[in-house]
Design a protein around this ligand. Structure first.
Ligand code: SF4
Ligand code: SF4
Length: 370
């Protein structure tokens, strides 16, 4: 279900989401009063609400209040990128507004204390013990094009293993397999996405741009919700690596949609990397190395905090002579450094060949390229 809600006014959010849940997804069909229920927002990094990188605190507050008023036992957790110690996570909870709402509504914040391993992947302990209410943020993603409900489950993987998985599965198609595995393993009973102010352009962190969409999506199926939003944003299914794979596996059948939006949104900006999905596949394979996007640092924005070195799964970044240096022979182009840089100092650079091809495609070779 796609609702139109224009801003983060708490009472309106509370009322609209509450009505939609009562009518289409009554909580008692998914949860019992004895359940431990975990709110799982997208808390990628320490960021303020207006940056649109994390799920808005007023949005999380409204959902939490609906559950609390019905007597449910509520908790909140995420596993942001990079090293995950309690101090880092406490700072993330504080900056993103989660600490305040937890105190206001008596929702307990959880910290990493142990992991459990399933299918060779270490998941945070709470992903096993709790029923998850998935609260993603609608954002672009330089590798996966969009990060919506299914991608938000990646935050259930513990600390640094997220970076190692990027290293093991650098291609979008392979990464999509991990996300589908998480979807089938965790199956959150309820997904409510914050797309009121989304992030377009080169998301999912500080290189993206906030964009008002006035959208709140609800579903008991994360993939169905992703599919509805991807369609609303006029993204061709084949250009979305996760949904393309889900469709091949027959996971996108029998989806019913109720929507306040009568027309698709045509002006949403996807990441600049997205352009490569419009190249004929034979060309992409033939000149793969020439078509690279690669990370680069703007030295004027860099404060030498070394977070990118900690986050890099390939040990491809070092500090030399007071400057951050990339070893592109080691780099797997996962863009973890860009996602976790607190200054937004890491950006995607295009190889000269890629710039030429992009120019050609933008100037009329491909009608659907935006
Ligand atoms: S994370 Fe960003 S600010 Fe920190 S050292 Fe790396 S590039 Fe510089
Ligand atoms: S340098 Fe950046 S893009 Fe390259 S592997 Fe390290 S984190 Fe990933």
């Amino acid at each position: 279900m796609l609702l139109k809600i224009e801003n983060y006014q708490r009472d309106i959010l509370y009322q609209r989401i509450d009505e939609a849940l009562d009518k289409y997804f009554p909580l008692e069909s998914f949860f019992s009063l004895g359940d431990k229920i975990l709110l799982k927002p997208n808390l990628l990094m320490s960021a303020r609400a207006e940056e649109a990188i994390t799920t808005h605190p007023a949005f999380v507050f409204s959902v939490a209040k609906i559950f609390k008023e019905r007597g449910y036992n509520m908790f909140l957790a995420d596993s942001p990128g990079g090293f995950l110690d309690n101090d880092t996570l406490r700072q993330v909870y504080k900056e993103t507004g989660m600490l305040n709402l937890s105190q206001e509504l008596n929702v307990r914040l959880l910290y990493p204390k142990k992991v459990f391993v399933r299918g060779g992947i270490s998941l945070c302990w709470w992903a096993k013990d709790f029923k998850i209410v998935n609260l993603p943020k609608l954002k672009t993603h330089e590798i996966m094009v969009l990060t919506l409900a299914t991608k938000n489950l990646y935050g259930c993987i513990s600390g640094k293993q997220k970076s190692f998985l990027h290293c093991q599965y650098p291609k979008a198609e392979d990464f999509a397999r991990i996300l589908l595995w998480l979807y089938e393993e965790l199956k959150p009973p309820l997904n409510i996405i914050d797309g009121i102010i989304s992030l377009e352009g080169n998301g999912p962190a500080r290189k993206g741009k906030p964009k008002g969409l006035g959208l709140v999506g609800l579903s008991n199926d994360a993939l169905a919700l992703d599919y509805a939003i991807s369609n609303l944003l006029s993204l061709d299914l084949k250009k979305n690596p996760l949904l393309n794979l889900a469709s091949q596996k027959g996971l996108l059948s029998s989806i019913e949609l109720i929507s306040d939006f009568s027309h698709p949104i045509k002006d949403f900006q996807f990441p600049s990397t997205h352009f490569t999905y419009y190249l004929p596949s034979f060309l992409a394979v033939l000149v793969k190395r020439l078509l690279r996007f690669f990370p680069g640092i703007n030295p004027e924005e860099c404060i030498r905090c070394l977070r990118c070195i900690e986050a890099c799964p390939a040990q491809a970044i070092s500090l030399k002579g007071g400057a951050m240096v990339f070893d592109y022979r080691r780099c797997i182009f996962c863009m973890c450094c860009a996602e976790l840089c607190p200054q937004g100092a890491v950006s995607l650079r295009k190889s000269p060949f890629l710039k030429i091809l992009e120019w050609i495609f933008k100037n009329g070779k491909s009608k659907d390229y935006k």
